[in-house]
Design a protein around this ligand. Structure first.
Ligand code: PLP
Length: 393
């Protein structure tokens, strides 16, 4: 018997636990301090009424013999996949229902998809980025190469023809930097992937935050992407599903590598390993894509984006460099006075009682940067910003 010792190579997931500990220690010492948390990327507004109504009806259906549902299709009910298909048609992306796989949030699919690829592949991951990509590949024992996302390339790195990669992660809008690739830049990635016979794993978890219509919100808006990309999209941030759990993965039929059809392989893999997302949750998810549901979730997204605007204009006023906040719920700022990320964290917590996320937790290029989120409530966001504006840097 041999253990997969690659798991021992995982770095302790200390970022949010360290933040939590520091905040708890501070609260103990200063019980009267009202700490405002603009750190963790979890939503704060409840599910919209269309989702709730639809889920309540689904619960009633489950209570009657005639409408009760047992196991559903492992890749999702047709009513939800049709709604997602229509959502993509609005982006001028035509998908077949069989190309859409409903999941229980994208984190697990992003990791499990790696099962389709041999261990001996080179993985390219931007730095800084959502840490789950690195962890999933460390556990698989894959070789990881990092591509630098820096102030110089506006946190939107492009491929280096001299660097060979087989599996490429792209997160746009990016967590944590808020940077979003345009069509031309994504086309460069698609061309690179096709010429290197590589696959792009495109994480579109924050696509609903893109308000600039000139920017792509799906990689499949790019010519040729169906030949080289898989897209992951989550309802977590779009519609407050972080606790309800639903998302979807799109694998085009055209995606063939080494003579293997990845769509068929994933379908077979799900049949072996997954029994689908609950009917009630899928009914709730389908309500998001109705006209009334879209209006409600747009209002929620606009609320968060207004928070982002409030943070962004304060940083502008203070002459602090930042990216994001326009087409993303994240604001990525450069720590004033060349402070290191954790030093700035301590300073903000001590002097403004505001908790954010140190950029260094997202990769080495995140050192000296800091992430604030727009997912807080309005009153707290305004108060946090006012306190930050009163600080001396
Ligand atoms: N991808 C990115 C970039 C994220 O930031 C997150 C969550 O924060 C996820 C994926 C996970 O989403 P889900 O809740 O659908 O698992």
């Amino acid at each position: 018997m041999k253990i997969n010792k690659n798991h021992l190579n995982l770095v302790d997931s200390y970022l949010f636990s360290k933040i939590g500990k520091k905040v708890a220690d501070f609260s103990k010492l200063h019980p009267d301090a009202k700490i405002i948390k603009l750190g963790i990327g979890d939503v704060t507004l409840p599910l919209c009424s269309e989702v709730i109504k639809s889920m309540q009806n689904a619960v009633l259906e489950m209570s009657k013999k005639e409408t009760f549902k047992g196991y559903g299709p492992e890749h999702g009910y047709e009513f939800l996949r049709s709604a997602i298909k229509d959502y993509y048609l609005n982006k001028k992306v035509n998908l077949d229902l069989g190309e859409i796989f409903v999941n229980n949030g994208v984190k697990s699919d992003i990791a499990n998809i790696l099962g389709l690829f041999d261990k001996d592949n080179i993985v390219l991951i931007p730095d800084p980025v959502y840490p789950a990509y690195v962890d999933a590949n460390v556990m698989g024992g894959r070789i990881i190469k990092y591509i630098d996302a820096t102030e110089e390339n506006k946190f939107l790195p492009l491929p280096d023809e001299n660097v060979k990669a087989d599996i490429i992660y792209i997160c746009s809008p990016n967590n944590p930097t808020g940077a979003v690739y345009n069509h031309k830049q994504l086309k460069v990635w698609v061309d690179y992937a096709i010429s290197n016979k590589a696959v792009i794993l495109f994480d579109a978890a924050y696509e609903a935050f893109i308000s600039d219509k000139s920017l792509p919100s799906s990689i499949f808006e790019i010519d040729g992407a169906k030949k080289c990309a898989i897209e992951f999209c989550s309802l977590s941030k779009t519609a407050g599903f972080t606790g309800t759990r639903c998302g979807y993965t799109v694998i085009p039929y055209e995606l063939e590598l080494e003579g293997c059809n990845l769509n068929k392989m994933w379908e077979r893999c799900l049949a072996a390993k997954f029994n689908g997302v609950s009917y009630i949750v899928q009914k709730g998810a389908a309500a998001i894509f109705t006209d009334a549901g879209q209006n409600e979730v747009k209002d929620i997204i606009n609320y968060y984006k207004e928070n982002a605007k409030i943070i962004a204009s304060a940083l502008e006023e203070m002459n602090i460099f930042f990216t994001g906040g326009k087409n993303s719920p994240y604001i990525w700022l450069k720590c004033p006075g060349n402070m290191k990320s954790w030093d700035f964290f301590d300073y903000l917590l001590n002097d403004a009682n505001v908790a954010g996320t140190p950029g260094s937790g997202f990769g080495k290029n995140g050192e000296g940067f800091f992430r604030l989120t727009a997912f807080g409530d309005r009153e707290n966001t305004i108060e946090a910003v006012n306190r930050i504006k009163n600080l001396k840097f």
